[in-house]
Design a protein around this ligand. Structure first.
Ligand code: C5P
Length: 206
C-alpha cells in the first residue's frame, strides 16, 4: 500500500506521515529532506540556491542515503529548498530515488508537495493536508525557536507567503490536490485527532 501525503509547510503532513508509517509498519520518506539537502550542499559552499547549474549538479551528486537531518531544519535551508525545487532538472535528478522508495513491497508512506500528482499518482490513499496560514506560522515559529533559530513571526510569515506562492505556482510539479485527494484541514484539530481521522479512513477503505 502506498500512502501519499502532500501539503504546505507546517500543515502537519510530516507528523501525520510518521504516525501512519508507525501505525501500519511502512517505511517513510520525508521527500522535503532531499530538496533541503540539495540546498544545504550549496549553502555550505557559499553558492546561491538560485544558481541553476550548481543546483542541478548538487542534486545529481546528492548522497540520499546519508542525509544528516539535524542540519536541514533551519528557515534558511527551507527557503533554499523551495528555490532549488522549482528547477525541473533538480526534480528530475531526485525522481528515481523517490519512485524506488515508493516501490518497496512492504508499502510506503511519502510526504511532500508532488507525491499524489507526480511521484505516486497511483497511490492507494492521497491526503492533502492544510491549515490556516496563521496557524502554520505559529507552529513553525515554535519549532524554529526550539531549534535555536531566532526568526521573528513577521519574518517567518513573509517567508511562508513567499514559499507557498513559489511551491503552488511553479511550472513543474506545483503543490495541488488531485481529484481523488482526501482533504484534511488540521487548523482546529489536535495531532491525535488528525491521526485518528486518517487511520480511520484508511482502515475503513483498505
Ligand atoms: O516539506 P519541507 O518544508 O521540508 O520542503 C522544503 C521545500 O522542498 C518545499 O518548500 C518545496 O519547495 C520542496 N519540496 C518539493 N517537493 C516535495 C517536497 C518538498 O518541491 N515533494
Amino acid at each position: 500500500m502506498i500512502i501519499a501525503i502532500d501539503g504546505p509547510l507546517a500543515s502537519g503532513k510530516g507528523t501525520l506521515a510518521r504516525a501512519l508509517a508507525a501505525h501500519f509498519g511502512f517505511p517513510h520518506l520525508d521527500t522535503g529532506s532531499i530538496y533541503r539537502a540539495t540546498a544545504l550542499a550549496l549553502i555550505k559552499k557559499g553558492i546561491d540556491p538560485n544558481n541553476k547549474e550548481e543546483a542541478i549538479k548538487a542534486a545529481q551528486n546528492l548522497d540520499m542515503f546519508n542525509i544528516i537531518d539535524s542540519e536541514l531544519r533551519t528557515a534558511q535551508v527551507g527557503a533554499g529548498a523551495s528555490v532549488v525545487a522549482a528547477i525541473p532538472e533538480v526534480r528530475k535528478a531526485l525522481f528515481d530515488f523517490q519512485r524506488n522508495f515508493a516501490a518497496n513491497p512492504k508499502g510506503a508512506v511519502l510526504d511532500g508537495r508532488d507525491i499524489g500528482t507526480v511521484i505516486c499518482p497511483d497511490a492507494d490513499f492521497k491526503f492533502f493536508v492544510t491549515a490556516r496560514p496563521e496557524v502554520r506560522a505559529m507552529r513553525r515559529l515554535k519549532e524554529l525557536h526550539s531549534a535555536g533559530d531566532n526568526i521573528t513571526l513577521e519574518e517567518l510569515t513573509a517567508q511562508i507567503i513567499e514559499r507557498d506562492y513559489r511551491d503552488a505556482n511553479r511550472a513543474d510539479a506545483p503543490l495541488k490536490p488531485t481529484e481523488t485527494s482526501i482533504m484534511l484541514d488540521t487548523s482546529d484539530l489536535g495531532i491525535d485527532e488528525v491521526i485518528k481521522k486518517a487511520t480511520g479512513i484508511i482502515e475503513s477503505n483498505g
